[in-house]
Design a protein around this ligand. Structure first.
Ligand SMILES: NC(=O)C1=CN([C@@H]2O[C@H](COP(=O)(O)OP(=O)(O)OC[C@H]3O[C@@H](n4cnc5c(N)ncnc54)[C@H](OP(=O)(O)O)[C@@H]3O)[C@@H](O)[C@H]2O)C=CC1
Ligand SMILES: O=C(O)C1=N[C@H](C(=O)O)C[C@H](O)C1
Length: 274
């Protein structure tokens, strides 16, 4: 495919676990070209991100200057920024990308519901497409859809998410999105059966607006896993997804890059573009 018709993509957080995998996936996609690799790691500045990611030279040096990279990407036209960084800076980074007309595909989790609403309003005003995707793995979307079906029949549900212990945010963006999706059945989950006392604070996990308890486990050795457990008298129905390798997220990342281009507003969740 000619360079002209390739989608220019910036990866923010390119040195990270997800960032490196995404760099490789873009390098292997005929219809995309990596034009920028941003990371805050000072040791990597100027190094070729292709060499770092292990897919050979791409002639894209790592930079810490997101704004300059967005300006350059804007001049390419129809550009996309994939963000896989950290909850602390994500809101400002997505706003900046929208302001420069570079369409954000946000893998970074930790945005508050209020921030998502504000970004949606900003994207709409700017007529710039934006995707916030708490989980790029198709198996997770299937698990969420199965959970939505089960929620029609079960009134009691809890979510257990398990991740590696380098994860900054808890609970996971996936667990929050799963609980939000169950709102669609319009019922109040987990009606109390007894008056509960926590003798150890947090023992029952965090409780969402939907009255769903979320429990977060962090251990080395884990990658990204989630269980949605439904209970009813005499039965327990458990749905589980295991991400064994970050490669499972890459088809969803590439799909999101392609699907964000024609959008003029913000969509939240991979299910919205399947
Ligand atoms: N949507 C999905 O399917 C998935 C989402 N994620 C999410 O993606 C994010 C990244 O995860 P992961 O790759 O495991 O994390 P890592 O810590 O491995 O990578 C994050 C990278 O971004 C860098 N970084 C942090 N803040 C900034 C910033 N403001 N600007 C530029 N670079 C920055 C980090 O540098 P340093 O090392 O110096 O901190 C690091 O190199 C998390 O929010 C995670 O929840 C992860 C997997 C799947
Ligand atoms: O930090 C991670 O690793 C992951 N984060 C996302 C989340 O918070 O849901 C997606 C996936 O679970 C991996």
């Amino acid at each position: 495919m000619s360079n002209q018709s390739q989608i220019p993509v910036v990866v923010n957080g390119a040195m990270g676990r997800m960032g490196r995998e995404i760099v490789k996936a873009i390098a292997g996609a005929d219809d995309m070209k990596l034009v920028g690799a941003v990371d805050r790691n000072p040791d990597a500045i100027g190094q070729d991100i292709g060499e770092i990611a292990g897919c050979g030279p791409l002639e894209v040096p790592v930079t810490h200057d997101l704004e300059a990279t967005l300006v350059m990407a804007q001049s390419e036209g129809n550009a996309v920024m994939v963000d896989v960084t950290h909850p602390a800076k994500i809101y400002e980074q997505v706003r900046a990308a929208i302001a420069y007309g570079v369409r954000p595909v946000v893998g970074t989790t930790g945005l508050t519901p209020e921030q998502i609403v504000e970004l949606a309003e900003f994207a709409e005003k700017a007529s710039v497409g934006c995707l916030i995707i708490p989980n790029f793995a198709i198996g997770v979307i299937l698990m969420q859809q199965a959970a939505l079906k089960a929620a029609e029949y079960f009134d009691h549900v809890e979510i257990i998410e398990l991740h590696h212990n380098r994860k900054a945010d808890a609970p996971s963006g996936t667990a929050i999105k799963t609980a939000q999706m169950l709102q669609e059945v319009k019922k109040s989950f987990n009606p109390p059966q007894v008056e509960e006392t926590e003798t150890l604070s947090g023992a029952r996990g965090g409780t969402t607006e939907e009255s769903i308890n979320i429990h977060s486990v962090r251990l080395p050795g884990l990658v990204a896993h989630q269980e949605v457990m439904f209970g009813a008298p005499g039965q327990v129905y458990t749905l589980r997804h295991d991400a064994m390798d970050r490669v499972c997220f890459m088809p969803g990342v590439l799909l999101s890059i392609r699907k964000v281009l024609p959008l003029k507003s913000l969509l939240y969740g991979l299910d919205k573009i399947l």
